[in-house]
Ligand binder design. Structure first.
Ligand code: HSE
Length: 307
């Protein structure tokens, strides 16, 4: 029996639509894995029992990821999975990806670490495809690998961990609104104007340099999204005020976490992140939406074995 954990992630990080994400230290999902002699992957329990998720291993992201992994290493090993969901579904906190990441770290350990962490990512992407119809890697890669991760290319898959020197804290505010990634992707346009593409390219390059130098004013100027945010703010009550309040708290930047509706705000210290989180929560409250705030450093360690 083994227990593995994988953290929540913030993907996109404004200008990095589908190509950038970072890992929180917590919260995250946990899996307990025990090998069985049945040559079958079984999701035996999902906790808490109120969570509405399928135990069908072909529909549950932990099951899909493990099946894909076992196929890749040509194994017919069976395994029983108990999944503890701490991350809310449809939250933009990388919930579906965290279950897959924890499951992969766990099964890889049980099978003698046959694959590297980076090699686990495609199997978690298969799980994302089942969860939301798109095999994006910007949640699963940081959840598995930790830190800030860039998906330089999807075809072929080329994942780069960014050597960030910025010590940042993140407030992640989750409003009690469920937004399916699939729905949040449907509102995006097929084509992007050249002016917007130019601006987004400049910002992602600025963000990379800002992280690596580190240069926080540059990082701050670069945290702009021209592609997804304008189409997604319709799902988030009080969004413009949220951005104003995060700035007033001294946040380096803020935006929609992944496909939303959660909001992230980055700060140089825990205090700044906490202040930003509180102010964002107040805006949700004014809009009659209750929310939860999670404050954590950006963690360089992603999914891990707990015992
Ligand atoms: N990059 C993805 C999106 C993340 O924005 O749709 C989904 O969590």
């Amino acid at each position: 029996m083994i227990t593995a954990f994988a953290p929540a992630t913030v993907s996109n990080v404004n200008c990095g639509f589908d190509v950038l994400g970072f890992a929180m230290e917590g919260p995250g999902d946990e899996v307990q894995l025990a090998l069985n002699d049945l040559q079958e992957v079984r999701i035996t329990k999902i906790l808490p029992e109120t969570v509405k998720l399928s135990t069908d291993p072909m529909k549950n992201t932990a099951g899909v990821a493990i099946r894909s992994y076992l196929k890749a290493i040509d194994s017919s090993q069976g395994v029983d999975v108990v999944l503890t969901k701490n991350l809310p579904l449809g939250s933009g906190m990388g919930s579906s990806g965290a279950s897959a990441a924890a499951a992969l770290i766990g099964i890889n350990k049980l099978m003698g670490n046959k694959l590297s962490n980076e090699e686990l990512v495609p199997h978690a992407m298969e799980a994302e495809r089942i969860a939301c119809g798109s095999a994006h890697a910007d949640n699963v890669a940081p959840s598995i690998m930790g830190g800030f991760v860039l998906v330089r290319s999807y075809h072929p898959l080329d994942i780069v961990k960014i050597p960030s020197k910025a010590n940042l804290w993140c407030a992640l505010v989750h409003p009690q609104i469920e937004l399916r990634t699939e729905d949040s992707r449907k509102v995006l346009p097929e084509k992007v104007e050249i002016k917007k593409a130019i601006s987004q390219t400049g910002n992602i390059a600025g963000l990379m340099i800002g992280l690596m130098k580190p240069d926080l004013p540059l990082l701050s100027r670069s945290l702009v999204d021209e592609i997804a945010e304008p189409h997604r703010i319709q799902f988030i009550p009080g969004y413009l005020e949220i951005k104003k309040q995060a700035k007033a708290a001294g946040a380096t930047g803020s935006g929609i976490s992944g496909s939303g509706p959660s909001i992230f705000a980055l700060g140089e210290t825990r205090e700044v992140a906490e202040q930003a989180g509180e102010r964002i929560q107040s805006v949700f409250k004014v809009n009659n939406v209750t929310s939860e705030v999670y404050v954590s450093p950006i963690s360089d360690v992603g999914a891990r074995i707990l015992n």
